[in-house]
Each structure stands twice: as C-alpha cells, then as structure tokens.
Design a binder for this molecule. Structure first.
Ligand code: SF4
Length: 295
C-alpha cells in the first residue's frame, strides 16, 4: 500500500488564527464565541476544554469578551455585540472581509446582489442578513429566484468550489441575457489550492480519505469533487472511523483534509493506516502545479 498526501490540505490560516486568538483570549478571562468557530468536532472540543462558551446571540453573553469567528458577522450583529458593553474581538478572516467589501461595492453601484453559497451557512448569513433583498444560489434551480433586474452582481461563499461557481455564473448570464451581470471572484485561495490538489490526488489514487467535520462545507466540497473522479472516497472526522475493508493491499491511498481539520487529526489517520500495513508502507507526497490558481 502506498499512502500519498495532497500537496495542499488541512487547516487554513484564517481558522488557525481564530483558534489561536480564542485560546489566548480565554486565558485572560471569560470568553464567548458567537457561533461555531470551526465546523470540526476536534477543534470545538479543544475550545470547550479551554472553558470557552458558545453563544448564538450577543445578548446571551453575561461578562468577559465576545469573539467573532473567521466566518464573519453582519454589521447589525456587531452593533448588538458592541451594545452589550463587553469587550469585542474580531477574528474574521481577511478573505471573508474581502467578500463583504466586494458585495457592499456591488450593492452601492446598484447591482442586485446574488450570493453563490449555502443559504444557512454562517458566512453566507453574515453576508446577506443586512441586505434589503438578495438571492442565494447553490443549484441551477435556485437561479429562478433572481428577479428580472437590469444589473446583477455576484459574489461567492469563500469555500465554494470554483467549477460550481463558474457553472452557476454562466447559467445566470444565459438565463438573464438582458441584464448586466458582474461576477467578483471571492472564493479564497486556500480553498482553490485544496480543491486543485484534491482533484490531482483523486486522479492518482485508488481510494481517497477526506478528513474533516461532517458539517464542514469545504470538506464536503472536497469529497464531492473527488467522487466525480474516484468513487472510492470516504469522508471521516477521526482516525477511529477508518475501516480496513475500504483498502486493498496494493492500493495507493490518497489523504486530504478540509480547511478546519487540525494536523493532529491528519497525523492520527496516517499513523493508523501505517499500522495496518507495516513494515512495507511507503509514504510519498503528491504535488499539484499552482500556476493557474488565481485570487
Ligand atoms: S476557508 Fe478561506 S476564507 Fe475561510 S477562514 Fe479559511 S482562508 Fe479564510
């Protein structure tokens, strides 16, 4: 058995910075995190163990500090958080700020806002909640919700796969030929890199293991992209979910992980796989050319 890892995988800088800020803040006093910081049970467990409390609304915090996660928040919720009088820390990823800025510019310029993403995801809620009107589009059938307007401005949830985003943008242009359609690419670079590396991995592996939270959007997107190339793909949260019958003795096993998966979880999966096929296991690292990745 050969085990190979994707050239880009695992925790992104945005989630890592937010975790670091939360752990450091919790050492200084009581900390409330607004919404889930990461859609990963290992990270959530670690934050709970640090004594951090999770809240859904700012008015649920009684003392200490409120932290906004990497996913960002609408301005109306930030205002509510300030009105509590408690300290406020902001771990919003700069690439989520980038999406907020572009969306605001499109609205200011008179474009009807369309967000390509998952309607109930915390990041999409942050982008849309303060808008007077908008459409959130994830499937082709959702495009009908866009009104017939002269100008349509599109941004994307940062963790959507580029092929899905481009497909939907093309479909919107085809469906509303009379409208001026502008698309701002707000899919983040770490997502693009992980997607490209996952596709490369899938094309050179007999079976692929994707490590990440079952509620993690970017992990599910990695699994979906791989499944289109390699149907033998399994998504797990922890090493103890690995099943020996998934693997054959001569398989090349690909490993990748979502942007909220900590390195210790990846290491635990690798160690368990190595333990099954010792001592002849060979570990090598695949590589993916990044030349055509753009912001
Ligand atoms: S997935 Fe992208 S946008 Fe989200 S926190 Fe990570 S780097 Fe930032």
């Amino acid at each position: 058995m050969i085990i190979q890892t994707a050239s880009h995988m695992g925790l992104c800088f945005g989630v890592q910075d937010a975790v670091d800020m939360a752990i450091a803040s919790a050492k200084e006093g009581k900390l409330h995190i607004l919404g889930p910081l990461a859609h990963n049970p290992v990270i959530q467990d670690r934050l709970h163990q640090a004594g951090i409390q999770f809240i859904d609304r700012p008015d649920q915090a009684d003392e200490g500090t409120i932290l906004i996660t990497a996913h960002g928040m609408p301005e109306s919720v930030r205002k509510q958080a300030r009105e509590t009088g408690l300290a406020l820390k902001d771990a919003t990823c700069p690439l989520v700020h980038f999406a907020h800025r572009h969306l605001a510019q499109l609205v200011d310029q008179g474009y009807f806002p369309v967000i390509i993403g998952r309607h109930n995801h915390i990041e999409v809620q942050g982008l849309t909640r303060d808008l007077a009107s908008c459409s959130v589009v994830l499937e082709i059938s959702d495009i009908d919700s866009i009104p017939r307007v002269p100008r349509i401005g599109i941004v994307a949830q940062t963790t959507q796969p580029m092929d899905r985003v481009q497909h939907l943008v093309d479909a919107i242009r085809a469906r509303y030929p009379e409208s001026e359609v502008v698309f701002k690419d707000t899919v983040c670079q770490p997502t693009k890199r992980r997607q490209l590396a996952a596709v490369k991995l899938a094309s050179t592996s007999d079976v692929v293991v994707v490590i990440g939270g079952s509620k993690s959007n970017n992990t599910r997107q990695l699994t979906a992209s791989i499944a289109r190339i390699q149907p033998r793909v399994h998504q797990i949260e922890r090493a103890d979910e690995l099943q020996a019958q998934w693997f054959g003795p001569h398989d090349t096993v690909g490993i990748t992980a979502g942007t909220s998966t900590p390195s210790e979880t990846i290491q635990a999966v690798m160690q368990k796989l190595q333990g099954w096929e010792h001592p002849g296991n060979l570990i090598r690292t695949s590589s993916v050319h990044q030349a055509h990745v753009s912001r």
